[in-house]
Ligand binder design. Structure first.
Ligand code: ATP
Ligand code: MG
Length: 572
């Protein structure tokens, strides 16, 4: 176990109710003391931060109980699924720092077994082929307080059902022409027990089974049995599946009817799904943002996807830490985005090297510094981590500082640069403003300063204190960069929460969620920065190198998060 894992291990998680349930099972030696969980995504989109929570929980349980966790793709719907998604899901799980037991698994690996079980149910009089349309079936469903109506095909003979199901499998019917349903109870107070669909016809190639099948099991007929086939001991899932649990049990009881009692029978435990404010988390909605070109792709840094967070500059540790802090709840709640930002800020504060970057530069000339001199000044890479050492930066008579770090007529308590005042240039000298040049429109083009040669940082004499310290770069050495600054993608705390009133989540898009700054100049050492490298731009925030840098042949940074911690403050 590496040190990172240990950090995760101390965990509040250990006292959560799921851990308690598992501990109780182990105390009774259920499943012969074995713990096997699974993460079961449907490969119909990229994973988001909600999935990250589920991944951390399932793989975390495996780690903490000395068990394992399977990765299983619940690929029962060939219409929406794709290998692109399969690959991205594996990449994201690995990036988060987890690994599954053996090879990835697929519900489609079990299609033959599921089919045989369906045939068994038919033979046992527990399933029937229904020729009605989806609309007719829906119309007979009833409501939680009104019993449903039985299908006119419900009492077909076993022989007829077997033959029809066989013909469905052979491809003799069109999509939707008939379905296989479980024969349970059309009056059940649990709507999921009202003769749910087991199989439907879809004439469509599957990303793994190709054209072998044209009947596909419904998720509900595949999911529980897939867990059972794999010997999963604890099926952790989100609350909406609580009402599916009796159905999963019903299917498994019928499937196992007559078979010897299995060694492991998976137990389902539900927890509240993660919601975060100012974003949407359903894959269907995220897919719309991508398809409609509202964002640049699944990995757009404004997306709550794992690949979006990665590209934005989130670290695996910060995401795991977040998952841990939000804990496991039994009731739905909404987590403040500021907590996620707090977690990445905390991690990057310890790890990200400090560098200087000026986003909106104004030229500074040091009048008393020799024009032909360039001096290398030494600066610390990370005051939080002395092992990161120091680097040197070129200092000369032509510098750049942020335009808003200078004011001609400053208010009281303005500790940056102003006519006649002094500031320290970080890692270099104290300078005093002695004048400005302006263009015909009155814009400041150059700020003139003089430097105090006795005040080089780290040297005797550097103790002289001034109120303000500014970041800067050498105008003659700095390199150009593009900087992408992000704001929330939505300006409503719950963009998906207004559907009942007829409002689409896209009505709440924030038109200013992306600002591209093309004027930035950064210290020369950043020329060798690699995609996804993290930095703290001093006084500005945390930034990382966008992979577009390589494609576009220029340095592009994403702003991960600012320095100011609204969550930390609120928590205090
Ligand atoms: P979405 O509704 O966002 O499309 P989903 O639940 O359909 O997601 P799946 O691929 O079925 O996506 O999810 C895989 C696993 O991740 C499931 O076990 C599911 O419970 C879990 N999961 C999905 N969303 C969340 C969430 N917001 N919080 C916690 N777990 C989640
Ligand atoms: Mg799902």
């Amino acid at each position: 176990m590496n040190t990172e894992d240990k950090e995760l291990n101390n965990s509040e998680l250990k006292t959560n109710f799921i851990y308690q349930e598992i501990e109780a099972d182990l105390a009774q030696n259920k499943n012969n003391g074995k713990v096997l969980t699974r993460f079961p995504p449907e490969p119909n989109g990229y994973l988001h931060i909600g999935h990250a929570k589920s991944i951390c929980l399932n793989f975390g349980i495996a780690r903490d109980f000395g068990g394992g966790c399977n990765l299983r793709f619940d690929d029962t719907n060939p219409v929406k699924e794709d290998v692109e998604y399969v690959d991205s899901i594996m990449e994201d799980v690995h990036w988060l720092g987890f690994d599954w037991v053996g090879e990835p698994r697929y519900a489609s690996d079990y299609f033959q077994q599921l089919y045989e079980w369906a045939v068994k149910l038919i033979k046992d009089g527990k399933a029937y082929v229904d020729d009605q349309t989806a609309e007719q079936i829906a119309a007979q469903k009833g409501s939680p307080t009104v019993p449903g109506q039985e299908s006119p095909y419900r009492n077909r003979s076993v022989a007829e059902n077997l033959e029809l199901f066989e013909r469905m499998k052979r491809g003799e019917f069109a999509d939707g022409q008939c379905v296989l349903r479980a024969k349970i109870d059309m009056a059940s107070p649990n709507m999921h027990m009202r003769d749910p669909l087991m199989y439907r016809i879809i004439h469509r190639s599957h990303h793994r089974t190709g054209d072998k099948w044209c009947i596909y099991p419904m998720y509900d007929f595949a999911h529980g049995q897939s867990d059972f086939i794999e010997g999963i001991t604890h099926s952790i899932c989100t609350l909406e599946f609580e009402v599916h649990r009796p159905l999963y049990d019903w299917f498994l009881d019928r499937v196992l009817d007559g078979a010897p009692e299995p060694e492991t029978r998976n137990r389902q435990i539900e927890f509240a799904r993660l919601n975060i404010n100012y974003t949407v988390m359903s894959k269907r909605k995220l897919l719309r943002l991508v398809k409609e070109g509202i964002v640049a792709g699944w990995d757009d840094p404004r997306m709550p996807t794992i690949c979006g967070l990665r590209r934005r500059g989130y670290t695996p540790k910060s995401v795991r830490d977040f998952a841990e802090r939000v804990g496991v709840a039994k009731r739905d709640n909404v987590i403040d985005m500021a907590l996620l930002e707090h977690c990445v800020r905390e991690d990057l504060n310890k790890t990200a090297p400090r560098v200087m970057a000026v986003l909106d530069p104004v030229r500074v000339v040091v009048d008393n510094y020799p024009a032909d001199r360039v001096e290398m000044v030494e600066v610390e890479n990370n005051p939080e981590d002395p092992t990161q050492g120091t680097r040197t930066l070129p200092f000369c008579n032509e510098l750049l500082i942020e335009r808003d770090d200078f004011m001609e007529n400053p208010p009281k308590k303005y500790f940056r640069l102003a006519p006649g005042t002094e500031v320290r240039l970080k890692g270099a000298y104290i300078v005093r403003c002695v004048g400005v040049d302006k263009d015909a429109q009155g814009n400041i083009t150059t700020i003139h300063v003089t430097y105090d040669a006795d005040t080089l940082s780290g040297m005797p004499g550097s103790e002289r204190k001034v109120k303000g310290t500014l970041h800067w770069v050498s105008a003659r050495h700095a390199i150009a960069a593009e900087v992408r600054v992000y704001d929330r993608l939505f300006n409503d705390p719950e963009p998906g929460g207004h559907e009942a009133e007829g409002h689409d989540f896209e009505e709440y898009l924030n038109p200013d969620s992306l600002t591209v700054i093309t004027t930035a100049r950064v210290e020369p050492g950043l020329a060798t920065a690699r995609p996804l490298d993290h930095f703290q731009f001093q006084r500005l925030g945390y930034f990382n190198v966008d992979p577009d840098s390589e494609r576009e042949g220029k340095l592009i940074f994403n702003k991960t998060v600012g320095l100011k911690d609204s969550w930390g403050k609120a928590a205090k």
